[in-house]
Design a protein around this ligand. Structure first.
Ligand code: G3H
Length: 480
């Protein structure tokens, strides 16, 4: 065994929280530069079974630990993350190709999220109800309603926020007395495992959190159909989310899936503010965010002026590597870049006009703006998860709302106008979880409810809502 293999071996053993060490491993390379970053165990079903059993066993004890002590563990976890911020940020940046300052922000944001979750969790109180005179009812009853953990939470995180979107599932599960089986996306798993390593450096009892890694084809279905899983929290693509929902049957689910968030721009909008928010919303992390602005629905009267402003801002974006902290970096893999390119090609072949971009170097797609995109083009409906933005010109607000709602997705929408009353009225018509007034679409702050409707998801996240989703009511009735 050479020195590098030896180091990797040690890294893997120290990260794995199960007692079983997988024999097979997968090497993980950086998105750009092809640098070997480490390797992850390719666990078998038998190894996952052991992890699941251990989590289920340990959960019973963890649920009895006082909530303030569980909160202490979370605070210690946040401290550990910040202590290791640079290592974590560099790993995130290389592993998922994210600009280094965004990766650093992801660590800070995660520490805040964990602390807020700890504080919110200690204030999770029950309720009490007096009986009342329903037919056959009586007032001689009191219901005492407490919150109980669900048991084992299966947390499946995506590549794009390998630390933040993992912790946003693990932290609420832990504070409420659940155990966690954590399955990170393969590209992103080194970052996720480092995050878990920080958690294992606290007083968290051994075995409460289990990290499982491996091929979806080997352990994916086994995990989501495992009888010891009591709740699944998944963030990722819509097709995978739908497949999980079909297999999970009666297991409670929270799913955060795809989006096609529109920016609706009315004729009275402040176009400078609008262009700035649209470019920030559409192109940060090269568009690889479920909440990215993925289409502009603009009233014809201001379409030319807005397009020009967006073009100028796009052309000021830096293009390069995560290490250079560039705004636009290579996409996560070749398949993703091919897909984005196919959407651009389809739109251009059907008559869209290229405003800027449409240049590709391997998996790096230059930020691309297409005007005169119409409903017959795939780009009007598909989620690219990459740096391409279609401008769809509309006659009026009614057409904007119709097009917005014609999408299979319903995550968020932005409305840009100076007329707040009109925005509220339009917003009420939109089939989405959140409407942003005069700002870009985004999930945070992380304690806000975050909801996807239609094919964008199921259930609600956001610190308080995540806590609620991982607990259930338990009623004791006192009869007197
Ligand atoms: O990709 C999905 C994330 O939930 C988006 O989060 O709006 O903070 O980038 P974000």
């Amino acid at each position: 065994m050479n020195e590098q293999e030896n180091t990797t071996e040690k890294k893997v053993s120290s990260l794995q929280s199960t007692t079983v060490l997988a024999k097979n491993k997968k090497e993980i390379y950086s998105v750009t530069g092809n640098e070997l970053l480490g390797s992850i165990p390719l666990m078998t079903k038998k190894e996952v079974e052991a992890a699941m059993n251990e989590a289920s066993l340990q959960q019973k004890t963890w649920a009895k630990v006082e909530v303030y002590k569980r909160a202490q563990v979370l605070h210690a976890w946040a401290d550990e993350l910040l202590k290791n911020k640079e290592e974590l940020a560099v790993t995130i940046s290389k592993e998922v190709g994210k600009g280094i300052s965004s990766a650093q922000k992801e660590v800070d944001r995660t520490a805040d999220l964990i602390r807020y979750t700890a504080e919110e969790g200690v204030r999770l109180h029950g309720d009490m109800m007096k009986g009342d005179a329903f037919p056959g009812g009586t007032t001689d009853k009191i219901a005492m309603i407490g919150r109980e953990p669900l048991g084992v939470v299966l947390a499946i995180s995506p590549f794009n926020y390998p630390v933040n979107l993992a912790a946003s599932k693990v932290a609420p599960a832990l504070i409420t007395g659940n155990a966690v089986v954590f399955k990170p996306a393969t590209q992103g798993s080194l970052s996720g495992l480092l995050m878990i390593k920080a958690l294992l450096n606290t007083n968290l009892p051994k075995g409460v959190v289990q990290a499982v890694t491996g091929k979806g084809s080997e352990i994916g279905d086994f995990l989501v159909t495992h009888p010891k899983v009591n709740m699944i929290s998944f963030t990722g693509g819509t097709a995978t989310g739908q497949a999980i929902a079909e297999k999970a049957k009666m297991i409670p689910l929270v799913l955060e899936l795809g989006g096609k968030d529109p920016a609706i721009v009315l004729e009275d909008a402040d176009l400078d503010l609008t262009a700035k928010n649209i470019v920030g919303g559409a192109f940060s992390y090269s568009g690889q965010r479920c909440t990215a602005i993925k289409r502009v629905l603009v009233q014809e009267e201001v379409a030319d002026a807005l397009t020009l402003k967006i073009k100028e801002q796009i052309e000021a974006l830096s293009i390069g590597t995560p290490e250079e902290d560039a705004d636009i970096t290579a996409l996560i893999d070749e398949q993703s870049a091919d897909f984005v390119q196919s959407l651009i090609d389809d739109a251009l072949s059907k008559g869209a006009s290229l405003v800027t971009g449409n240049k590709r170097e391997e998996n790096l797609i230059y930020p691309t703006l297409l005007d005169h995109v119409t409903a017959d083009m795939d780009l009007a409906w598909e989620e690219p998860f990459g740096p391409v933005l279609p401008i769809i010109r509309v006659k009026n607000e009614t057409e904007a709302v119709e097009l917005a709602n014609a999408s299979e997705y319903g995550l968020q929408a932005s409305i840009f106008t100076k007329n707040v009353e009109k925005a509220m009225k339009l917003g009420a018509e939109l089939e989405v979880g959140s409407v942003q007034l005069n700002a870009k679409t985004e999930r945070g702050p992380d304690h806000f409810p975050f909801i996807g409707v239609k094919n964008s998801g199921l259930g609600v996240q956001g610190v308080r809502r995540s806590i609620e989703s991982m607990t259930r009511d338990k009623v004791f009735v006192l009869n007197f």
